[in-house]
Design a protein around this ligand. Structure first.
Ligand SMILES: [Zn+2]
Length: 393
């Protein structure tokens, strides 16, 4: 799971070493007062993979749920659902390596984040993450965890222990956790004052985290998701490669790195969590199967051993079906030629080359006789158990 942490760190070290050497080798460029061109982060093309980022805050074993506070038992259920779905929970390093083109991700994966630095992360969430071996990222704000004020914030020792477990990575969440009203007020004070304000929030928080946790923070979660254009160049300057909002949505490889979507999971409402679990084409993660109006095979959420399955849809219950109108699409194959048994009205297609992706998505649509438009599309996905496939060979 943590394979790419060290290679990535190494890459960053090597590339900064290279630019140091370059600067020494090339005194003209330096005296010319032409700044060494910043390493431009080129947005790569969409590769079809999608990442759902979940954001949590406070956990509690007994107190009732609020927006910010999720009961520990509910959090456990969510983590177990994810674990059982076999959609991988990736490390921040894996996410960053994918974004920069250094490595690939499966079509669907999940990144778990926790904001602010509440002490309950350590007491309630961390044991579950350890037990299920799920990596997570803490977005910490300096004035909370750095002061040890009160007993509700994580202590530096707790954070160090979690980072030491190799499950936990650190990102920045500002210095003072300014709410939008405070940011807007700072902006009104004029461009210079606003720049200073942003520099402090972004720069001092990174410095604090890097020094205290011997890390190189390159990610930032905007407090309350609030951001303005003035923040972007300053974030770049401080080495923040990826900045997260609270706008729900999946991250693609070509998503704007300054405004990455994230699902904030509320303690008292399941909407965001459920939305995060539905990936493109409406296919839910396996293990969270959808109920379909007509029988299909392999079924929604099924795990199968064959990489060359026959996909079947039973449309015998559709009244007035126009038998010629049935269209099936399979991810990676497009529209496929269907065979139909007119007696049973079972439509089927056998996969012609081995399915390579762990998850296969299928859609089927049809029209009723004398109708112009198609009936609502039926979508589902099933999964290939690659281990079983290899054993069978
Ligand atoms: Zn926050």
């Amino acid at each position: 799971m943590n394979f790419s942490r060290f290679p990535l760190a190494l890459t960053i070290m090597v590339s900064s070493l290279v630019s140091m050497i370059k600067a020494q080798d090339n005194p003209i460029a330096v005296t010319d007062s032409q700044p060494e061109p910043e390493e431009t982060i080129v947005a790569l093309e969409d590769d079809g993979s999608r990442v759902a980022v979940l954001g949590y805050h406070v956990f509690h074993a007994t107190q009732p749920a609020t927006q910010m506070r999720i009961p520990t038992a509910k959090f456990r259920t969510q983590m177990e659902t994810i674990k059982n779905s076999n959609v991988p929970v990736i490390t921040l390093a894996q996410f960053l390596a994918w974004r920069s083109g250094e490595s690939e991700l499966p079509p669907q994966s999940i990144l778990i984040t926790m904001d602010d630095g509440w002490r309950s992360v350590y007491h309630e969430a961390f044991p579950i993450m350890k037990e299920l071996q799920l990596p997570f990222t803490l977005f910490l704000y300096k004035n909370y965890v750095g002061t040890n004020r009160g007993s509700r914030a994580l202590s530096l020792a707790m954070i160090r222990e979690m980072v030491g477990s190799d499950l936990c990575t650190i990102g920045s969440h500002s210095v003072s956790h300014p709410f939008p009203s405070k940011v807007k007020k700072a902006a009104k004070a004029g461009p210079e004052a606003y720049e200073k304000f942003i520099r402090t929030e972004l720069g001092d928080s990174k410095k604090f985290l890097d020094e205290n946790f011997k890390t190189n923070v390159t990610t930032y979660a905007y407090p309350g998701g609030y951001h303005t254009d003035e923040m972007f160049p300053i974030a770049d300057e401080f080495g923040y490669d990826h900045l997260f909002t609270v706008k729900p949505g999946k991250i693609r490889r070509d998503s704007n790195r300054h405004t990455l979507p994230r699902y904030i999971v509320l303690g008292n409402h399941d909407g965001a969590f459920n939305a995060a679990m539905v990936f493109r084409n409406g296919a839910r993660v396996a293990g969270v199967p959808v109920t379909l109006p007509h029988p299909v095979k392999p079924g929604s959420g099924d795990i199968i051993a064959s990489r060359l399955p026959t996909i079947k849809v039973d449309l015998s219950a559709v009244e007035n079906l126009d038998p010629e109108s049935v269209v099936m699409k399979v991810a990676g194959f497009g529209t496929v030629p269907l065979l139909v048994d007119p007696e049973t009205r079972i439509y089927q297609w056998t996969v012609i080359r081995p399915l390579r992706q762990p998850m296969s998505e299928v859609t089927t649509q049809w029209r009723l006789k004398d109708k112009e438009s198609y009936e609502p599309v039926m979508r589902w996905s099933f999964r290939i158990d690659h281990e079983a496939t290899y054993q069978a060979q």
